[in-house]
Design a protein around this ligand. Sequence first.
Ligand code: KIV
Ligand code: ZN
Length: 514
Amino acid sequence: MTNSNRLIIFDTTLRDGEQSPGASMTRDEKVRIARQLERLRVDVIEAGFAAASPGDFEAIRAIASVIKDSTVCSLSRANERDIARAAEALLPAPRKRIHTFIATSPLHMQMKLRMEPEQVYEQARAAIRYARQHTDDIEFSPEDGSRSEEDFLCRVLEGVIAEGATTINFPDTVGYAVPEVFGETIRRLRERIPNSDKAIWSVHCHNDLGLAVANSLAGVTIGGARQIECTINGLGERAGNTALEEVVMAVRTRSDFFKLELGIDTTQIVAASKMVSQITGFAVQPNKAVVGANAFAHASGIHQDGMLKARETYEIMRAEDVGWAATKIVLGKLSGRNAFKQRLQELGIDLASEDDVNAAFARFKELADRKSEIFDEDIMALVSDEEHSHENEHYRFVSLAQRSETGSTPSAKVVFTMGGKQYSCEGEGDGPVDAMVNAIEKKAASGAELVLFTINAISGGTQSQGEVTMRLSRSGRIVNGVGSDPDIVVASAKAYLSGLNKLYSKIEKVNPQL
Ligand code: KIV
Ligand code: ZN
């Protein structure tokens, strides 16, 4: 099976990506991203970890109900309860996969699982046997694979393949691997395991040493893996996972070297990147490969001159091939509801009901009154804001007035609702944002600590909306609040209240790797 030249792209933005502190998404946001992943034509969408929480279960089920072309997958620990939950969530999916895992490194087995290797071996085999009752498409991961003993790995992996695992995913869980060693290990495992050809081999790398993409590619070229697990923008725990856009564009741009086929529609990459960034509040650094704002910007005179004569002088990929089309002015103040609805459809935004379309259209009209040109990014932000406001309406922004003048103390008056009751609070601070937060906190008294604050211009020009992320922390929980508005203090207030709403919602998840 591994001789095939088809490289399977397995996206885990909605599972491993979501494990990034503060990146949790609502069910509707996950469905929106899943639809974009399908447009991108990823082969497998890991939609979540069904047993982690009722919210995860519902999101997987909703994704399984709408995704038709990509395989939908749920993670599960190697036990019957988790696997049954995954299978139940995946029921509506035309193509489904159960991905089950158990740690195999001495450190994880002793310290985390407190299990003997023999027990881990038996549990891994039993899990695959059980999963086979639900689907034929089963993936197995020996967690912390890159720090596991090779003889033990050979035994476990041979055992799970014999039970019917169809994909063997080799994880570098802690981002410890280096490319040559990682690739060679997979090559040797495939060589030593007698039934290794009965499964497709896969790689799953974390980016702690900045080597996730290099390790994944070495797993493919040296190791013979034919599936890469990755996330949009490299989102994921700690330093993140292998970035989808980077491996895909490496394989495509250097097809002379890799000689592999991909099913991906690369023109959907930038839209996916923007959507994930907007929904999670994780900004993309400007110099990020492929999807950073500067990835195709040529500033130096020599480069610009070269580009004008022949773009290949300094450009190895075409911006339009990854979806950097010129940003379109889509709509304006005179645009009607039908034009707005059609644009939503073109952007892959599927609002649940006509009431939701009406609410979004009302917000669009409000925005168009204040901003003459409305870009695609504005519409995506507007829908995101709308979804954030639905997720939990304990706090809701109503209005804001603020005053700042050189030489005087900035002040703000914020009107907002808390538990359905409206409050008007005033505060002062070192700047207008500080004053706004102090005003809200006079009533909210949340005890939250602001640990990160970013503002991004959504589109070009001074007319652009500001998109604000506020990362809040309280009692060990970290959440990202996001908000957008042409007035950046209003955007900040919306972001702050969206963060408080997330802290207010008590839904806790199990982290699969704990
Ligand atoms: O990093 C890891 O080991 C994982 C597994 C569950 C595949 O995410
Ligand atoms: Zn992982």
